[in-house]
Design a protein around this ligand. Structure first.
Ligand code: TMP
Length: 237
């Protein structure tokens, strides 16, 4: 597999073409961003930890029947993935109240949501990733009603699989964000990444935050917490 030119540079990852029209290479950088890119810092080992964490989770999801972009790990910071046409919509599943839900509704952080909630945000940093609903996705042509239904179905399946996986490691999966894309065969496939950058994980007993909220809130030991989560799950680093 030959790495060709850079196609796109995101806040934390860079995307490269390859000699295969159906495959891309993702490079996980150490850049750590918060508040829609208004704050960016370099954190040692982050690219490597998130790349390996993501590979581990994506393989668990594939094994559970969820189609993912993951193909194979190429290096500490690089992974080969299926090329997708990304849908610019972030799917957020919440099991406990935190983050923007707490701000928006004034509910207590940690409130158990029964059942879970499913929310959509437009992926647009310049607009601050605004909260949207299903009719906006269809009306503006970001996705069809059928694609959206599949994204929701897969998001809830991911929640079932990962809530159990993290629970077995002594962690609460508080919430998480997924992004999907369309593969060359027209199917909806899970893309982007799953790592402590895009979810909230709390220690079940102490409620210690083990995710990117440590960076957003200046709590320190960000990568140490990611590594502890990886260790508890058995992710080889
Ligand atoms: P929120 O509470 O800020 O809406 O975020 C919900 C979850 O989704 C949280 O785990 C962080 C993740 N998320 C991202 O990773 N990137 C984003 O751009 C957004 C809006 C949320």
């Amino acid at each position: 597999m030959e790495k060709r030119e850079e196609l796109y540079r995101g806040k934390a990852k860079s995307v490269y073409k390859t000699d295969d029209a159906d495959r891309l290479i993702l490079l996980f950088r150490n850049d750590t961003s918060a508040f829609d890119g208004k704050r960016i810092e370099q954190l040692d080992r982050k690219g490597m930890v998130n790349n390996k964490f993501n590979a581990f989770i994506m393989q668990k999801l594939e094994a559970a029947g969820i189609p993912t972009q993951f193909d194979k790990l190429l290096a500490d910071n690089e992974v080969l993935v299926k090329k997708l046409d990304m849908i610019p919509v972030e799917c957020v599943v919440r099991n406990y109240a935190a983050g923007s839900l707490v701000k928006r509704l004034g509910v207590e952080e940690g409130l158990k949501l029964n059942p879970y909630t499913f929310e959509l945000f437009l992926k647009d940093d310049a607009k601050g990733d605004p909260f949207i609903n299903e009719s906006h996705v269809v009306a503006f042509g970001w996705g069809t009603a059928e694609q959206l239904a599949r994204m929701k179905e897969l998001s809830l399946k991911v929640n079932d699989v990962l809530s159990k996986l993290f629970d077995d490691a002594g962690l609460l999966l508080v919430d998480f964000k997924l992004e999907f894309g369309v593969f060359s065969d027209g199917s909806i496939v899970l893309g982007d990444e799953f790592s402590p950058d895009g979810c909230r994980l709390w220690d079940k007993d102490t409620k210690k935050k083990m995710d990117k909220d440590r960076f957003r809130q200046g709590l320190g030991d960000v990568i140490e917490a990611y590594e502890e989560v990886a260790h508890r799950l058995g992710v080889p680093l």
